[in-house]
Design a protein around this ligand. Sequence first.
Ligand code: PEP
Ligand code: MG
Length: 590
Amino acid sequence: MTFSVHGLAVARGIAIGRAVLVASSRMDVAHYFVKPDQVEAEIERVRHGRNAVMEELQRLQADMPADAPHELTALLDVHLMLLQDEALTGGVKHWITERLYNAEWALTTQLEVVARQFDEMEDEYLRERKADLEQVVERILRYMKGVSSPVAPPPSSPRRKTQQDLLLDDTVDVPLVLVAHDLSPADMLQFKQSVFAGFVTDVGGKTSHTAIVARSMDIPAVVGARAASQLVRQDDWVIIDGDAGVMIVDPSPIILAEYGFRQRQVALERERLARLRHTPAVTLDGHKIELLANIEQPGDAATAVRAGAVGVGLFRSEFLFMGRNGNLPGEDEQYRAYREALDGMQGLPVTIRTIDVGADKPLDHKSHKDSYLNPALGLRAIRWSLADPAMFRTQLRAVLRAAAHGKVNLLFPMLAHTHEIQQTLAQVDLARGELDARGEPYGPVQLGAMIEVPAAALMVRTFLKYFDFLSIGTNDLIQYTLAIDRADEAVAHLYDPLHPAVLRLVGDVIAEGARQGKSVCVCGETAGDVTMTRLLLGLGLRSFSMHPAQILAIKQEVLRADTRKLSPWAQQVLEGDAPLNRPASDGSFG
Ligand code: PEP
Ligand code: MG
């Protein structure tokens, strides 16, 4: 039966495929695809694990003293019966042969399928057998841990003990859509190498970091879809409508045909936009607009260049630090990563933001979110760096060294106090001094601050005294101005980039930067939102940084814009005297 689940639209486009459900089960297994010629060996591993558990249970049964409680023997009988049940064994075989899942993934997937059947049973006694099934599967998994897979996951991807450790290759040709309760930004990053055609999560807001990474992958995604992961079943056909923020489950042939048509239209639109790649971004009245890329990994630089970016406006360096079980990258490793980004940009400038962890970007799976009441207001971003100066200077030295090989801008997140600015700049001086003492070469950098908290926007003049450039992080500026947790879908309807207070802060920062002849960029998600482009141009913005996939659509807006008409309108919007629907290039409203 067709039904739809509604959430928040975070990455545009249409995906049609089969659901891969990443259950939030307590079992901690790796997920990867095996090659067709490895299927037999993988099935053999499960068989081996199952037989070993059966032998163990039969031994226990044989050694059971005569006066052992009846419940105990009955329990062993149930476990033995479940181990031989075709619903479990046949299902596991199916996932391995048909889907090429590794043995552990196949086992937990089938566990999920059978567990749901137990959940739906009328009889309470039978319903409670689900726990037995889980125990049996856990036992098999424990046995299998001792018998390593002949199919090792790719060595380039560090193995993390997480259930969402999906290491995929392209051996499967059915489009797959990932449905999960939640995914951390680090998990999302790993999915960058994956075959998934789209994502849906139960939780998350439009500018949560999970959504941001999904957007950077340029595949349709919906977050905040509440009970999606409970309503969808493994392998259901689903459509993700990333424009409307809807997932359609088990679509009828008519709906499938309609969405297939829309999918082709999206592809045609992309082809059309691709023609703008080499066109300079200049408004109708001759203003040159800088369109930069936001990246998470050095490898993203190539995508940025392909999309026609004239530089990187935001390298979220924290993604180098995530999912490493606290094993932070050292100076040399970071230096190599920053150099790789610079090399990838082929001489174009790269703005490296120092580590911004905390809130919805935990370093590891165990979120720091769990331990504090208000993580977004806690030890995050520059506060985290200043709390650990040695770690901070390691990063600063790596950036400074990389700057010997290309144009680097160094950007600091979430500054709010003058003393934080001073401490930060003092750490940069110390890092330079340390490199001098080592005789290590390094290059010049432009220093910039992110404007992400209202306090920073209100004291923009002070910031401009200390820094060469500013970058407005609207994701956080909106969150902190309106007191809306950007990752919480329950308040997503209140997260408003057009709120007069937000526009006032953004407008003032842009205007003050222009007065002082210093560059101001917007690198939050509003920079890549085509419905915001004209207003930002009207407010005087000349530098935008966004996901590479958004650059061409924004360029199209720029090419159609006339700032002579947009500026007076934007000023009126700031005063609350003008409608927000933007004027077309001829000055009329549409
Ligand atoms: C922002 O806050 O707008 C920003 C670009 O930083 P991040 O999204 O990484 O917090
Ligand atoms: Mg931010």
